[in-house]
Design a protein around this ligand. Sequence first.
Ligand code: MG
Length: 334
Amino acid sequence: MSFRKRLYIIIDVFRKGVRKIAQITQQFTKEAIETMKNKYKKVLEKSPQGAVFRARTQDAVITAYNSGKVLFQGASPGVELEKWSAFASVSDKKTGHKPASSVKHYSLYDPPKNLFHNNHIGSDESGTGDYFGPITTCAVYVTKDQIKLLKEMGIQDSKAISDQTILTLSKALVELKIPYSLMILHNEKYNDLQARGWSQGKMKTMLHHAVIERLLQKIDDAPYEGILVDQFCQPTVYKKHLSSEGKALLDKTYFMTKAENYSIAVAAGSVIARASFVKEMDRLSEIVGIELMKGASQKVDEIAAELIRKKGEAVLSKIAKVHFANTKKAKGYL
Ligand code: MG
């Protein structure tokens, strides 16, 4: 069966309403909204109540409200938002000062604009903020002609969709034979590296590097415009971690925060990594006989306390990131 045919079968499943939509909102001036409306005039749709306009592009549905708020929703809302970044309202209402976050500093590692619409690699990780469970990292290679189809399938930021949908989408990606590379840093190894002085940033760096290297081997000579890493630290820090292990940044590597909102390859990586994390959590729960919880909340402390009581503290090194404050808090319950 062809790629397209297999995909349409899967799309059919997702049209039945299992997907939620990724969205970003941003404040704009009235003038900026008028400019936007004019630019989108060929793709305008009926606007909802209280809206100045609504437009639909291949990347997102854009709705601008009288209040100046503009909502970008869809598979790649960031791609549309990016077009208007220069117009984004920067003055803080109370102080009139520009908030630091709205000042854009251009960097050598910013992805070129055409990257998202061409063959590229994207990588993302999961489990870094969760006390229980491993860190999973995945790099995915997407070709230009697959992008539209993957968007239609509902591939997007894994944080915007339910665990069940993530598992289904991840399975669909694997069945479509989209080239990817996945690595799981299990808790024992994680705790060992941490005890040897590795920061989580260094672990993530080495994981991203490893999955990207493996993926490059897998795709052989297939052409790509670049490699996009969902940014978790400054590129200079990333490079420093690499060089501390005798590695160097791969050619055409770019970094950007919230990259999953812009790049379908990063979004696909986030889906496969998250699915792997969810499956690992189920596996570990089965092993210890207690349902482990995601995150690092007080409920997590209570589960850790129960585990120490039943199995002894040593069990944590196999299923948890023991340097998190949760370990200490759990002991407080004993
Ligand atoms: Mg990420």
